[in-house]
Write a protein that binds this ligand. Sequence first.
Ligand code: ADP
Length: 455
Amino acid sequence: MASLRLQDIYKVYQSGVVAVTDFTLDIEDKEFIVFVGPSGCGKSTTLRMIAGLEEISDGDLYIDGKRMNDVQPKDRDIAMVFQNYALYPHMTVYDNMAFGLKLRKKPKAEIDEKVKEAARILGLETYLQRKPKALSGGQRQRVALGRAIVREPKVFLLDEPLSNLDAKLRAQMRTEITKLHHRLATTFIYVTHDQVEAMTMGTRIVVMKDGFIQQVDAPQKLYDYPANLFVAGFIGTPQMNFFDATLTKDAEGKVYVEFEGNKVALPKAKSDKIINGEEYFNTGKPVVFGVRPEDLHDEASFINTSRETVINVKVDVVEKLGAETLLYCVFAKDGVDVTEDGKVKSLVDSATQMIAKVDSRSKTERDQVIELAIDIMHSHLFDKDTELTILDGEGTKAYVPVVELARQEEAKKKAAEGGDEKAVKGNFFSKLLKKKDATVSTEETADDNQTADEE
Ligand code: ADP
């Protein structure tokens, strides 16, 4: 049981790489927090700073109100499970799980009780005398989890624990870890680049990019109210369709989205949600109109009741996935496969402009020109310059990286005064580097990895 507070945390590696910037987050007791984002966005670095395997360049880390920056990994009361579960091949499952407790010189009876309890929770009771090589990948990963469970840590840290498993096992282990979280009622922090894992497991998700937090929200909230273009594109498969657009308003006050020669109407309930609408209405200020593939419909019943949001498209490719069908479409006006001088268009020229995810019973076929209706209440609008949503997200906070903005401002000011923009940015981080003498080198962290896992 533990709550965590990460306050203005930075990580600057000795090489000068700024891996994490201004990371601030409160994690409540028993939460299942997922850090998600593309490779290199700073997820593992953040997790490793919580574990104590990586020094914090600036900022404060608290566990249950106690500052942890200078506390040794083994004294932080956390357990970490890695992608590469690194079991001892010559030891049985029982001994692998008992090893950490033996190192800590726990009484034999207590070790036995804890290992058996962990084995029971994880369904490993019949495998206790086996060696790792006689186990499946999923079973091995369960042993790795068992090693963490026996220590009864306050916080579980999991770094891409499922990425070595095949798709089927991954799905199974996903639900097992979720159940484990319910059963142990402990704080879990889980790192993954897989948005499906994030969506299915997290009570709250932290979306990261380039070392910055982009948004922190519950999974459904992230899906319904992405705070910026990056989050909108990252959460959901296939990805949300984006169109360059402008907003117009007629004399009756009705608002329209205009894009690619189409004009669709926004019901009042939707247009009322636009923040600072007058900045955009009839001014030509560019916005990005976002529509998820599942919010494009080809069924007549939907189209007939949504005439104001219908667009015409030509279907390029039909993918039947069984449970649903994907239509890869181009706007009908571009749907001609020959160029003006009669040559076959290149694949690049006729690139897909949108994907619709429709019912698998859809009769739509390739090359058809069809109508698609947009489920407009679920559509999204972003400012093209700031990339932030311009829709009121019912409490969702757009995570503007305040420090980054302040630094950009400072850099711009300096540049205007004749200074060098890059140099200003360099100064900011070199101060951080000087503050802490040295960070741990790559080899050292690999060793620490092992130690923290085993201790
Ligand atoms: P993620 O877990 O999101 O894939 P990481 O936290 O591993 O990202 O890395 C964030 C950034 O820090 C990357 O640019 C990566 O190259 C860099 N980085 C990670 N570890 C080190 C290290 N030991 N030394 C220098 N740079 C590092």
